[in-house]
Design a protein around this ligand. Structure first.
Ligand code: ATP
Length: 235
C-alpha cells in the first residue's frame, strides 16, 4: 500500500533521514520505534507531505506521491494524527472533528454519519461535543486527534506518538483502539516511544537509528530480539 524507497529528508543542510526504505501492506499495523531525534516524526511528516524530501520516492497504492501536496494525499486516503495532538483548543470538540472532514467530497449526511461513528468509538467525545477541546484531558485529546484524522475516511492512518503523556491504563486503551481500527480495515503506520506496547499490537515493525533503518521484522521477532529489548524495551 505504502512504499518508501531510499528516502532522504532534513532541515536546511542537516540531513535527518539518510535513505529510508519501508513498506506498509494493506491491513497491517506497522510500528516504527526509535530513540529521541532518530527521525520518526520527520518520516511521518514526509509521508503526509508536510516535510520536504530531498531524495527517494514515496508511492501509495502504486501512485508516486513524493511531490504531491498534503491535501492531495488526504484525498487519496492518507491522514495523520500529529505528535502532540495539535487540536484546536478554543474550538468545540465537534468543530475539531468537522475540520477533519474539511476537504471531504462526501455530502453533509455522510459527514454526520461519520461523526456518529466517532462518537460511538469514543463516547466521552459525544458527551463533551459542545465543550472547548482545550478543556479535555490528555487521553481525551488523543481520542479527538485520532477521531479528527478518521473524519477524512483514511485507508492509511499515520499516528505519531499517540500514547505520549498518557497514564498506562490510557496507553492500553489507545492501543486497543488502534488494533480495532486495523480490524475495521484501516491500515496503520504507528510511531511510538512506548515500544513494547506498540510492537505487541504490530504485524511488523522497524527500528530507526539516527535516520537509518537498523532492524525490521514481525512485532514478535523484534520484541524477542535481545538488542531491541536492551535499547528500547528496558528489559
Ligand atoms: N524543525 C527542525 N529544525 C531543525 N532540525 C530538526 C527539526 N525537527 C527535527 N530536527 C532534527 O531532525 C532529527 C530528527 O528529528 P525527529 O523529530 O524526526 O526525530 P524523532 O525520532 O521524531 O524524535 P522524538 O521522539 O524526540 O520526537 C533530529 O536530529 C532533530 O534534532
Amino acid at each position: 500500500m505504502l512504499r518508501i524507497e531510499d528516502l532522504r529528508s532534513g532541515y536546511g543542510r542537516i540531513e535527518a533521514l539518510h535513505g529510508i526504505t519501508i513498506e506498509v501492506n494493506a491491513g497491517e499495523i506497522v510500528t516504527l520505534v526509535g530513540g529521541n531525534g532518530a527521525g520518526k516524526t520527520t518520516l511521518l511528516k514526509a509521508v503526509s507531505g508536510v516535510q520536504p524530501v530531498s531524495g527517494g520516492r514515496i508511492t501509495f497504492e502504486g501512485a508516486d506521491i513524493t511531490q504531491a501536496t498534503p491535501h492531495k494525499r488526504v484525498a487519496l486516503g492518507i491522514s495523520q494524527s500529529p505528535e502532540g495532538r495539535q487540536i484546536f483548543g478554543p474550538l468545540s470538540v465537534e468543530d475539531n472533528l468537522r475540520l477533519g472532514a474539511y476537504r471531504s467530497s462526501q455530502g453533509s449526511a455522510a459527514v454526520e454519519a461519520d461523526l456518529q461513528k466517532i462518537y460511538a468509538m469514543f463516547p466521552i467525545l459525544a458527551e463533551r461535543r459542545k465543550n472547548p477541546a482545550g478543556g479535555l484531558s490528555g487521553g481525551q485529546q488523543q481520542m479527538l486527534a485520532i477521531g479528527r484524522a478518521l473524519m477524512s475516511r483514511p485507508r492509511l492512518l499515520l499516528l505519531d506518538e499517540p500514547s505520549m503523556g498518557l497514564a498506562p491504563i490510557l496507553v492500553d486503551q489507545i492501543l486497543e483502539t488502534i488494533a480495532s481500527l486495523r480490524d475495521q480495515g484501516v491500515t496503520v503506520f504507528l510511531v511510538e516511544q512506548n515500544a513494547f506496547a506498540a510492537l505487541s499490537i504490530a504485524d511488523r515493525g522497524y527500528v530507526i537509528e539516527t535516520g537509518e533503518i537498523a532492524k525490521e521484522g514481525t512485532g514478535k521477532d523484534l520484541i524477542a530480539d535481545p538488542a531491541v529489548r536492551e535499547a528500547y524495551l528496558g528489559v
